[in-house]
Write a protein that binds this ligand. Structure first.
Ligand code: CU
Length: 170
């Protein structure tokens, strides 16, 4: 049987036994709409999950109440720079400076050895430190147990601005 409605021809199957064609059409529309809602729901769920996992990843990377024993690396470069020049680490972290250049550098946080006192800053309670000469390819490590702001420099290149900053969080 064929039914012409609104200029369209609907094929009505009698075998389904569901009767009138406009109902069949509406049912199909409703089903399509429900399918769309399901897709939208899935997309929303996905977005929420991504947000949740993103937050979880962020909080696990955050300083862990001073119990962190993390390691960080700073390069000492041919251009007489500490890279990165600014670093934030949790209390208890060890920073290793690697001399990736062909010249000698130092990692020095001792006001008595600085031309400019503002190039050697320590939080109160932290002991001054000085790596001594670090030759090409060599490295030096220091563990930061006292939270606060540190500014350190390289003795041969202080006047060239070879200065770095480390923030140690509690
Ligand atoms: Cu240097």
């Amino acid at each position: 049987m064929e039914v012409v409605r609104y200029g369209r021809t609907y094929r009505v199957s009698h075998s389904c036994g569901r009767g009138r064609p406009e109902f069949a059409f509406r049912r199909r529309l409703r089903r399509a709409f429900q399918h769309l809602l399901q897709l939208a729901g899935l997309a929303a769920l996905g977005a929420v999950l991504m947000l949740l996992t993103g937050c979880a990843a962020q909080s696990s990377a955050a300083p862990s109440g001073g119990g962190g024993r993390q390691s960080f690396t700073v390069n000492m470069t041919q251009a007489n720079r500490f890279e990165p020049a600014e670093l934030t680490v949790p209390k208890g972290s060890t920073v290793t400076w690697i001399n990736t250049s062909q010249v000698v550098h130092t990692v020095t946080d001792d006001p008595s050895k600085a031309i400019n006192k503002s190039d050697a800053v320590l939080p109160s309670g932290a002991q001054p430190f000085d790596s001594g000469s670090i030759s090409a390819g060599a490295s030096y490590s220091h563990t930061f147990d006292v939270p606060g702001q540190y500014t350190y420099f390289c003795i041969p290149h202080e006047s060239l601005g070879m200065v770095g900053h480390i923030t140690v969080t509690d």
